[in-house]
Design a protein around this ligand. Structure first.
Ligand code: ITT
Length: 189
């Protein structure tokens, strides 16, 4: 089975490749542009993106819209995570969070997958905290400032460990379960 991973983010591609290879699902990176509408819901962005890609004749693919939701900032940067990462970046977030006591945050990942003519949309979450300073060189985006265990940042752990606990790994597990239910695939999520 082959699944196109449609994204501009090579970090996501590698996480999906590592997740799905042990299940015997081959992932292929595809760069097909689609509109990411402005919405307060990740799932709406994903569903609109899937519709556009299907209209273009693309099939057997997944797309992913993710975001970091910081509780003290009322969910900011949330659906604006890509823009905020490109503009103020992790240093900007650390500045805003300077002196803030409640450092809890949630990463969310909504995956939309079109496979065998069927659409599956799932959302995975991972709770954690915003660290006081950037740490680590692995991963991408907000990984250096987010910790799921309060000790190490996502940029300090190997991909397989991140996949085992992350929003994307949780969503990929939900997707795999749905795929197995639908197509009786062998293996475990
Ligand atoms: P595509 O939309 O092309 O897939 P993107 O990087 O813009 O790529 P998102 O909109 O889903 O992806 O991501 C919003 C931001 O959140 C962006 O800056 C990402 O780098 C960041 N992000 C997403 N998942 C992340 C993760 O697992 N770890 C750290 N940062 C992440």
């Amino acid at each position: 089975m082959k699944l196109g991973v449609i994204t501009s983010n090579p970090g996501k591609v590698e996480e999906y490749r590592r997740y799905f290879e042990r299940l015997g699902v081959e992932t292929v990176h595809m760069r097909i542009p689609y509109d990411e509408i402005q919405s307060s819901e990740l799932e709406e962005v994903v569903r609109k993106g899937m519709d556009e890609l299907k209209r273009k004749g693309v099939s057997d693919f997944l797309i992913d819209d993710s975001g970091l939701f910081i509780n003290d900032l009322k969910g900011f940067p949330g659906v604006w995570s890509a823009y905020v990462q490109k503009t103020i970046g992790n240093d900007g977030i650390l500045k805003i969070m300077d002196g803030v006591e409640d450092r809890s945050a949630v990463f969310k990942c909504c995956i939309g997958c079109n496979i065998g003519g069927r659409d599956i949309v799932v959302t995975g979450v991972c709770g954690g905290t915003i660290l006081e300073r950037s740490r680590g060189t692995e991963g991408f985006g907000y990984d250096p400032i987010f910790s799921h265990d309060g000790v190490r940042s996502f940029a300090e752990i190997p991909i397989d460990e991140k996949n085992a606990v992350s929003h994307r790994g949780v969503a990929a597990g939900m997707l795999t379960e749905e795929m197995m239910k639908t197509f009786c695939l062998e293996g475990k999520p």
